[in-house]
Design a protein around this ligand. Structure first.
Ligand code: ATP
Ligand code: MG
Length: 565
């Protein structure tokens, strides 16, 4: 059985699936589907749906279809189809031969619509969009029946055929289901099944000028594919009566729709409309900007598929919507990267250190451990020489009490290097510290304690100035300053909470020479600084890294405090 099988116990969907298998409800079959509309890039919320749809199929020996729900030509594009397949595959899921397109079913859907017209369950309506709204009523008031509701079957068939033939303008007519204009569920008030839309479709071209609505199409797609469990997020709960109604009226194969809570994440937005706005209004640099909650953004940032799957497993499946903490997602990432990311040394904001008693032309190759969590990862050589860079923030001229790092007269350890003592401070004309003059103790090679047992309180990372490679490093913070930018006061705009400091670019950082030729997409731990990933634009001449996440795990700390209470 799959190790990712269960979070904290059997959730309600798996309980249903197991019961169905026990009672042989679907002849033992488990068929699910992930049905994205190709009108945007997938995000972390979709990752949850994907892990549910594909995960459950996998665990119970079933199959999961990847279906492009491409019923709206005006917003859909091939680019999105490509990104969706790439992202699902990257997350580690496989649909085998089961890649489907709703647009391939348009002919069958049309035939079923004709069947409903013949059964007097559907009619062509000439109300304009405004009139349609007036007739629909409100949550508290029933709607009014359309004056076109009782057209004859013959007239409906003729008009519907002419709609398809392109004889009418966009929006001039619709095909509607004849259900109940007084239903307390507004969605059942004679919902639209087809609208006229003279737009080219990314697959069917200009073959069609009428397009099915989600509610009409979705159950039919599931039925055609003989899906058993149609799993979707909670906003579709109110649509379920309609899903059932269409399939019942047609008398065709009828899957069971089951809803689960949507994923919401703190400090971000997850609706496609808002994500599109972020890209189109230039608040971020594209769909795969490392600040985006898209799968492609997370990938570029340095997230691993394993960490995202682990997160989806841990948050579990509930029936009520909630908000999950981005800190928990980052915690899963740190756990994963801690095991696999090689450690290296890099200096983001360099401060020059000259070791006065170290020979001018000497270079020593120091042994450094690649990953203390993984003994098999071995060691590497790091060059040490007379001129080094350390981090500016590791030195203070006038240190407060608890600052144990470098200061005038103070001794610290350079990791894998030597103990050094700061003797003098060199400043520029403006009084900024630009260089430290230090001495080293030859008895502390490798960073070992000296024979006299002398101790230091701090260990710093460093690089050799003559050997280090210059790099650009991009630091990220949350895209929003507000914990839940989706919940706003009336009249407020989510854009007001965009974090102006979500990106900081450091143009001249230095990394140890072992990173020459670092391959885009590879993660490293820069000692003491966090996990970093090589950006796709990185070249051997110009290394570019994204900070994936810092080393500070606030989620783990909060969990620990929580447990000890
Ligand atoms: P929108 O943001 O406009 O509502 P969407 O993300 O729901 O769009 P789809 O492409 O239709 O767009 O979603 C595909 C599937 O992913 C659906 O079955 C939906 O239930 C699921 N899904 C979408 N967002 C989330 C989310 N935040 N959490 C869990 N599942 C989601
Ligand atoms: Mg949706």
């Amino acid at each position: 059985m799959n190790e990712e099988r269960r979070g904290p116990g059997l959730d309600f969907i798996r309980a249903i699936v197991e019961e169905d298998i026990r009672t042989n409800k679907w002849d033992g079959r488990v068929v699910t589907r992930f049905p994205p509309e190709p009108n945007g890039y997938l995000h972390i919320g979709h990752a949850k749906a994907i892990s549910v749809d594909f995960g459950i199929a996998q665990e119970y020996g079933g199959v999961c279809h990847l279906r492009m729900d491409d019923t709206n030509p005006s917003t859909e594009e091939e680019e999105y189809v490509e990104s969706i397949t790439e992202d699902v595959r990257w997350l580690g899921y496989d649909w085998g031969e089961h890649l489907y397109y709703a647009s391939d079913y348009f002919e069958q859907m049309y035939a079923w619509a004709v069947q409903l017209i013949k059964a007097e369950k559907a009619y062509v309506c000439d109300l304009s969009a405004d009139e349609f709204r007036d007739y629909r009523g409100t949550v508290t008031q029933p709607g009014k029946e359309s004056p076109y509701r009782n057209r004859s079957v013959e007239e409906n068939l003729e008009l519907f055929e002419r709609m398809r033939a392109g004889e009418f303008d966009d929006g001039a007519r619709t095909l509607r289901a004849k259900i109940d204009m007084a239903s307390p569920n507004m969605l059942l008030r004679d919902p639209v099944m087809y609208r006229i839309l003279k737009a080219s479709h990314h697959r069917s071209g200009d073959k069609w000028c009428i397009y099915p609505t989600y509610d009409w199409a979705h159950g039919l797609e599931d039925s055609i594919e003989k899906v058993t469990h149609s799993l979707c997020s909670l906003e579709f709960e109110v649509h379920r009566p309609l899903y059932d109604w269409f399939l019942d009226q047609l008398g065709v194969y009828h899957p069971q729709q089951i809803e689960f809570a949507r994923l919401n994440l703190t400090y971000t937005v997850l609706s496609k409309r808002k994500l599109i706005a972020l890209v189109e209004e230039g608040h971020v640099h594209g769909w795969d900007d490392p600040r985006m909650p898209t799968i492609s953004g997370l990938r570029r940032r340095g997230f691993t598929p394993e960490s995202i799957r682990d997160f989806c497993r841990r948050i579990g499946l509930a029936k009520a919507d909630g908000v999950n903490e981005v800190g928990q997602l980052e915690h899963c990432l740190r756990e994963d990267l801690n095991k696999r990311a090689p450690r290296v040394m890099a200096v983001l904001r360099p401060l020059r250190v000259v070791i006065e008693n170290y020979p001018e032309d000497l270079v020593e190759e120091m042994d450094a451990v690649n990953n203390p969590e993984d003994p098999g990862a071995g060691t590497r050589k790091v060059p040490f020489s007379r001129v080094l860079y350390i981090e500016q923030e590791d030195f203070m001229e006038d240190p407060p009490k608890k600052f144990y790092r470098l200061a005038p007269g103070r001794e610290v350890r350079l990791r894998y290097g030597y103990f050094i003592t700061c003797k003098d401070v060199v400043k520029d004309d403006d009084g900024n510290v630009v260089e430290l003059r230090c001495t080293y103790d030859p008895e502390t090679r490798g960073g070992d304690n000296p024979p006299d047992g002398r101790k230091v309180k701090a260990t710093l990372h460093w690089v050799s100035a003559a050997h280090a490679l210059e790099a650009e490093v991009r630091l990220y913070d949350h895209l929003f300053t507000k914990e839940n930018p989706m919940v706003l006061e009336e009249g407020d705009d989510w854009r007001n909470y965009l974090n102006p400091n979500s990106l900081e670019v450091l143009g001249s950082c230095w990394v140890e020479p072992s990173l020459a030729g670092a391959v885009p997409g590879t993660q490293y731990q820069f000692e003491r600084l966090g996990y970093f990933c090589v950006d796709p634009v990185s070249t051997p001449d110009r290394l570019v890294f994204n900070r994936t996440v810092t080393l500070r795990d606030t989620w783990a700390r909060i969990q620990k405090q929580h447990r000890s209470k």
